[in-house]
Design a protein. Sequence first.
Length: 327
Amino acid sequence: MILVTGGAGFIGSNIVAALEEQGADVAVCDGLGSEEKWRNLAKRRLADVFPPQALAERLERDPGSIAAVIHMGAISSTTATDADEVAGTNFGLSKRLWEWCALHRKPFVYASSAATYGDGTAGFVDDWSEEGLSRLRPLNLYGWSKHLFDRFVSHRIAAGGVAPPQWAGLKFFNVYGPNEYHKGSMRSVVAQLYPRLRAGEPVRLFESYREGVPDGEQKRDFVFVEDCVDVALWLLRQGTVSGIFNLGTGRARSFLDLARATIQSAEVDAEIQFIEMPEAIRDKYQYFTEASMSRLRQIGYNRPFTELEAGIARYVQAFLSADDPYR
């Protein structure tokens, strides 16, 4: 049985879907709450599902039943402000799971983030050495919490400390795709634009506040969630490959590109307008991200990543426009 923390979340539920479709027994640890998050799991056959407060007891009760841990659980909001809560969840829980996997000799795959790179001044190369990570300056609390655990892992490996038999950290860039609907304002821009387009409203993108970057030409490495799932499970199947790896496409695209692709996939005509960026995020805004994908390629992952237009077309036509948009 494979344990997926955050398995009812966006990326986590897509991983759960792929594992279940492949015939694996899957246990999900997540807080479902009283909203519609449970729908991300509604089509799945699960071996177990339990809340985070039951995790410690579940791990100790029958460690032999768990073959691997895929740790996607986190407070993922980039606007979160409770540092104690974020550090306790994103760093403290990750550390405890690392120790458990090391003790019980279980593979461990966890979610890091491109938010660890901050404004990109130090580049986007997934150098996970202690020296390499020390150069990064995340811009927000979420990015710092992910970076803190990356640095813990790097130091533990450099010092020859105990570690899982296989482990991998994934620095997700701008992921979009089905099952992100519960994320509210943290949904991808595609998911936010589509209902506006269907309602006949204009597309609204943030103005640029950086000299030399026109409105709408802020660029991100947008990656389709199905590619993220494929990489995560490919790494798990390798059995011996460990490290911290970027997970993007390796090609930055503009928000204008994304908006035009969404308009085309929705098969509507729409005006694109530019609006003020909230002052609270202006000094923390990433104007450019582009994953260096050479390390993942070097270890043997050779599948192509989905082009932005193709990924948005699949997302819109197979999910967002469907009566049932869930995977």
